[in-house]
Design a protein around this ligand. Structure first.
Ligand code: GDP
Length: 291
C-alpha cells in the first residue's frame, strides 16, 4: 500500500487533496460543486464520470460527502478486476497497446509476478517490426527468469505466437505472454496482424488468448482513452494495464477509463522496476488517492 500511495503522490497532492479538504470542511453549495467539478476534470476523471460523481454527491447526506465520494469512486472502479485464469495451463495473455505505452516493460513485470508465484513463464516477441524491440524484450525476459521465444526481425508475428504457445504446451509451462505490435497509425494492418495471431494460436489452444490486456500510459490521459476505444474496436480487450501512474498528477484517468470504457483495470504500473506492477484493487487505489 505504501508503494501505491507513493505512486499516486502527484495525483493526490495536486488535485485529490483539495477535493478532500473541500468536502471535509465546507457545505456542498453551487460554489463548492463548481470547484470540485473543475478539480475532477483537471485530474482527468472525464466529463461523464465527473457529472455522475457530482450528481451522487448532491444526493448524499451533507455530513458525509467525503465518505460518499470514496464509495462512488470504488463503485465506478469495481469491475471483475481479477484475471481469467483457465483451469488448464497454459494461461495465454496477449499484450496490446501503442508503442511507448510501457508494453515491453509490463511484459517483464508480469512475467516476474508469475515467477514470484512459482509459475513457469514463456514470453513471445510478436512485435517483429524492430530488432531493438525484440532485444529489449529479451532483456526483460532474462531479468524475470522467463523463457524467451523470438524470430528474426520482420518475421511473421503469428508464427512467433504459435511457437510460444506450442513451446508452453510441450514443456508444460504455466503462462504465455505475447508482446504484440503497437503501430496504431496503420489500423487495418494492426487489426489483421492481431486477428491472425488469435487465429493461429486457437489452432493449438481454442480458448486462447484468455486475456487481452491493453496497456495505457496514464500520462497521456484523455488521449490514451481515445486509443483505448480504438483497440476495443479492433480487438476484444479483456482488461487494462494503466502504466506510469507515478509520473502523472492525472491519476483520475483510471476513473474515466472504468466509467467510459467499461473494461476492468487489472494492473497498474507505478515505476520502472520489475516489482512496480500491482494488481489493481479499487479500494486500495481510492484510499491511496484520497489519503
Ligand atoms: P513500449 O514501447 O510500449 O514497449 O514501452 P516500454 O516498455 O519500452 O516503456 C517505455 C518507457 O516507459 C520506458 O522508459 C519505461 O521504463 C517506462 N515505463 C513503463 N512503465 C512505467 C511505469 O509504470 N512508470 C514509469 N515511471 N515508467 C514506466
Amino acid at each position: 500500500f505504501e508503494k501505491l500511495k507513493e505512486g499516486l503522490r502527484k495525483s493526490r497532492e495536486t488535485f485529490f487533496n483539495q477535493i478532500t479538504k473541500i468536502l471535509r470542511s465546507r457545505r456542498l453549495d453551487e460554489d463548492t460543486k463548481a470547484e470540485i467539478e473543475e478539480l475532477l476534470i483537471s485530474a482527468d476523471v472525464g466529463v461523464e464520470a465527473t457529472e455522475y460523481i457530482i450528481k451522487r454527491l448532491e444526493e448524499a447526506k451533507p455530513e458525509d460527502t467525503f465518505g460518499t465520494l470514496k464509495e462512488i469512486l470504488i463503485e465506478i472502479l469495481s469491475k471483475p478486476n481479477g484475471l481469467n485464469i483457465p483451469a488448464q495451463k497454459p494461461f495465454v495473455i496477449s499484450m496490446v497497446g501503442v508503442n511507448g505505452s510501457g508494453k515491453t516493460t509490463t511484459c517483464g513485470k508480469l512475467a516476474a509476478m508469475f515467477r514470484e508465484e512459482g509459475k513457469q513463464v514463456v514470453i513471445g516477441a510478436c512485435d517483429t517490426f524492430r530488432a531493438a524491440a525484440i532485444d529489449q524484450l529479451r532483456i526483460w525476459a532474462e531479468r524475470a527468469g522467463a523463457t524467451f521465444i523470438a524470430h528474426m526481425e520482420g518475421a511473421d508475428a503469428a508464427a512467433v505466437a504459435f511457437d510460444a504457445v506450442n513451446h508452453a504446451i510441450s514443456k508444460s509451462k504455466d503462462v504465455v505472454i505475447l508482446d504484440t505490435a503497437g503501430r496504431l497509425h496503420n489500423k487495418r494492418h494492426l487489426m489483421e496482424e492481431l486477428a491472425k495471431i488469435n487465429r493461429v494460436i486457437k489452432k493449438v489452444l481454442p480458448e486462447a488468448p484468455h486475456e487481452v490486456l491493453l496497456v495505457i500510459d496514464a500520462v497521456t490521459g484523455q488521449n490514451g482513452l481515445q486509443q483505448a476505444k480504438i483497440f476495443r474496436e479492433i480487438v476484444g480487450v479483456t482488461g487494462i494495464v494503466l502504466t506510469k501512474l507515478d509520473g502523472t498528477a492525472k491519476g483520475g484517468i483510471a476513473i474515466a477509463i472504468a466509467k467510459e470504457l467499461g473494461i476492468p483495470i487489472k494492473f497498474i504500473g507505478v515505476g520502472e522496476g520489475l516489482e512496480d506492477l500491482k494488481p489493481f484493487d479499487p479500494r486500495d487505489f481510492v484510499e491511496a488517492l484520497l489519503a
